[in-house]
Design a binder for this molecule. Sequence first.
Ligand SMILES: [Zn+2]
Length: 309
Amino acid sequence: MIYSRIAAVIRSFSFYKSHPLNVECKTGSYARITKMKLTKRLPVSILATALLGLSLALACQTVPETNRSQIVLIDPQSEFKLGVDAYKDALSKAKLSKDMRMAGILRRVGWNIANVAHQPDYRWEFNLLEAQQPNAFCLPGGKVAVNTGILPIARSEAGLAVVLGHEIAHAIARHGAERLSHNMLIALGGELLAQGMGQNRRQRELIRVAYGYGSAITFTLPFSRSHELEADHLGLLYMARAGYDPREAKLFWKRFADFARSNSKGSTPEFLSTHPTDQHRIVQIDRLLPTAMAEYEKSSKIGIGENLM
Ligand SMILES: [Zn+2]
């Protein structure tokens, strides 16, 4: 059973569809495994070692600006297709704003950021959605949507540049694909552990539940917080290069934190939250501000830009 599940997981990785395992593999352990069939004769430990080796071999990718190494098991084409499909789906369920002035400002700020992000393969699109929740997203391939509810918090073009810089940074740093890759490995790890250690069905179920819970707390959540801070980092540089005053970032996140506080019953402790605490975020902006200001000085300086109020 476990082997057919592993085979299903492997088949589901689009990367493997386009890159047969025996083409680029240099490590003996998983070069050999390509010649085997995933049958019950194959020990779990060999599969686990092979998959670990494969993951490490594919980890030769770094995030721009921060140079952090990351594991991404999905090729950009498949990732973009996921992004386009998800964007179509999101837009079909949303209401586009009729405010042409704001939609125009969104496109202008969006293109200013996109032009300094240097992603020739992206097909940029910027849509303003009529929705009260202060939210925004950028899907793989440059598909951006912003809710009207975030405009009063952004207040100016520069505030909107903070939002767009942050969201576009998530896409360029491939955080979604990285998260998906980690989830695939976590799922596979839990299955291998359960099959390897549990002697009966009940035990195996308990191990699966415990492993999933432990992974979420110790692995998935800190990972998300690091993504948030990394998106802040890249976003600050993008907005500065696009000519928006990076000092606005701190003011925007303070307003955002005030809004979040006044609209929730109490703050979630950082340990269990997927977002960094306001303090953590502000400390990082303070640290990066001299670099961002140097980029701003070299830009064609838009400053704060048009007022959105
Ligand atoms: Zn974010």
